[in-house]
Design a protein around this ligand. Sequence first.
Ligand SMILES: [Zn+2]
Length: 383
Amino acid sequence: MKYDLLIRGGAVVDPAGGLRGLMDVGIAAGKIVEVAPGLPEAEARKVISAKDRLVTPGLVDVHAHIFVNSSDMGEHTDRLCNAGGVTTVCDAGSAGSANFAGLRFVVDSAVRTRARAFVNLSAIGIAGAARSGELAHFPYADPEGCAQTIAENRDFAIGVKLRYGPGIVWEYTTEPVKVARRAADMAGVPMMVHITGTPLPLPDILAHMKPGDIVTHCFHAGDHGIMGPEKQLVLKEVVEAQRHGIIFDCAHGRGGHFNFPLIEKALDQGFLPDTISTDLTFGTATRGPVFDLTTTMSKLMHFGVTLDDVVARATATPAKIAGLEGVVGTLRPGADADVAVIELRDGNFEFRDTDGNVVAGRRRLITQTTLKNGRVIYERPAE
Ligand SMILES: [Zn+2]
């Protein structure tokens, strides 16, 4: 037997891996071994039909939250991520130097989805941030502790997280950005900066960012986003920054992070996010408006982003940020056999943003089966 598992007859969509078309995916010992039409079924221990389905790399969600308030998705992470085709999830700074060991314990003991994490510049992370922002009190800023935490968790920690927003940081200057920059440089990792409603113009923040750094919540329509105050045109500094390799991540979330009218305008001007992510928490996964990564991808497709573009931005690009380029986020032979089998369903779907806007979608990506390391970890219940 050549294959432990054969995924038969699906439409393979792995644009970054150069794989596109009706093909079978052969899996052995937890790895992708062959992707081609007409692989021999007789050589497979088990066959899964993907007829009329898309077959993509297991999705990579570069911005979600396993550990907000030291619990949140926690033990529910697998259920909520895998149902959206996600096999790799990055926690975006739920924990900082003081509570990162707790996040690591939860991930190691209760989460089977492949996980990585950004370490918050604030020692306490997002725990209790709703009462007072995690960096409103200056002593919580811990660049040395953040860098040390990353150094001690090289297999897990991938960057520094700064939430730069009103009421979150101790002063509305570039100082918090510079302190985060220092932590990232000490650890030799990128930083991710949350920019929703930031009190500083975005170009002032971008001036301290380097290629590989990530701007997250790039589609918010609050103060100082990717557009000027009139919210009509994408700023030339933003276009420049993206061209120079700064990554713009859409992180859907709630509370003003993801605005349909702004998305429509940005896409019309040719500005696409580099990565598509959910900012998923227990609440946004169960009550919406996010639900899961395939739903966020469907919303961008509604506004004209192609299937190939949404798949690349939810697989290969975030996999690179997670330090897993070539390991996940691709179906090329040799990669870990993380795969999503997805239906592109026609129908009537109500899509909501975070600002009360609703659109009538006509197509939606719906995850049918999710595999990690060649094993089925999610199957959509029969309807
Ligand atoms: Zn977040």
